[in-house]
Design a protein around this ligand. Structure first.
Ligand SMILES: C[S@@+](CC[C@H](N)C(=O)[O-])C[C@H]1O[C@@H](n2cnc3c(N)ncnc32)[C@H](O)[C@@H]1O
Length: 220
């Protein structure tokens, strides 16, 4: 068991063999136990990153966590040039991050490590076409100076962290997005969908990743 800030965190293996983390205090995993990589590809990479036709994109991620979404975004960026801004209130220990089994070969491992070892609060050029800004901040008090094309809304579930799913949170994200911007989340709750609609998003339900019937995609 390893600690981040005051929290205990446990390393677990999800159903597709990829690691996830478990926070006993919240009784919550960082990813679906039905497959962490499978969920990230299904919720963020396919219907968001790959759905976007823009070649220069700025991504906002809520919750850097294991860095899995950032890593898969870089691996799947095709000819896109990406500015990736990820917010995280509780960064995990580097020691724990380097145990994660997301990499298929040593080259990917170096790349993944570069993301984790990149300084916080600083723009880091991971590759020529991928700039990472890891931002140690609380989403609740965060303000945005940039405009985003893609948002990966990957907070813990509304039952665990209701304050992350409040209308004022979605409104400030909506206001920070470019027209046509895309937000996806694994959560398909009716209350969340209606909150997004109230903020101005056009929201659609999509088939969910393994173990979930639906997920949401919202367009500004
Ligand atoms: C469901 S996990 C997903 C993490 C990450 N996307 C991944 O793939 O590993 C939710 C993340 O949100 C972070 N988080 C929790 N509360 C937060 C807050 N108030 N502001 C920013 N991040 C927060 C957690 O520490 C955790 O890393």
């Amino acid at each position: 068991m390893l600690k981040n800030s005051d929290r205990k965190i446990e390393l677990k293996v999800s159903a597709d063999g990829s690691h996830t983390l478990y926070v006993p205090e919240l009784e919550e995993h960082y990813h679906s136990v039905n497959g962490a990589i499978n969920e990230s590809m299904h919720v963020f990479i396919e219907p968001n990153l790959r759905y976007s036709t823009k070649e220069e994109v700025s991504v906002l991620e809520i919750g850097f966590g294991t860095g899995l979404n950032a890593f898969l975004t870089a691996l799947n960026q095709g000819n896109k040039s990406i500015f990736y801004h990820s917010l995280e209130k509780y960064p995990i220990a580097e020691e724990l991050a380097l145990k994660l089994n997301y990499c298929a070969n040593p080259e990917e491992q170096l790349f993944f490590e570069k993301m984790h070892l990149a300084a916080w609060q600083k723009e880091s050029e991971i590759t020529q076409n991928f700039t990472l800004l890891k931002d140690e901040v609380d989403l609740i008090s965060a303000t945005f100076k940039r405009k985003y094309d893609l948002v990966y809304f990957d907070a813990f579930a509304p039952e665990k962290q209701p304050e992350m799913w409040e209308p004022q949170i979605f409104q400030k994200i909506y206001d920070a997005m470019n027209d046509g911007g895309i937000l996806t989340t694994y959560c398909a709750k009716g209350a969340v969908r209606r909150t997004m609609q109230t903020c101005g998003f056009a929201v659609e339900r999509l088939p969910g990743p393994k173990g979930k019937r639906e997920m949401l995609r919202a367009i500004k």
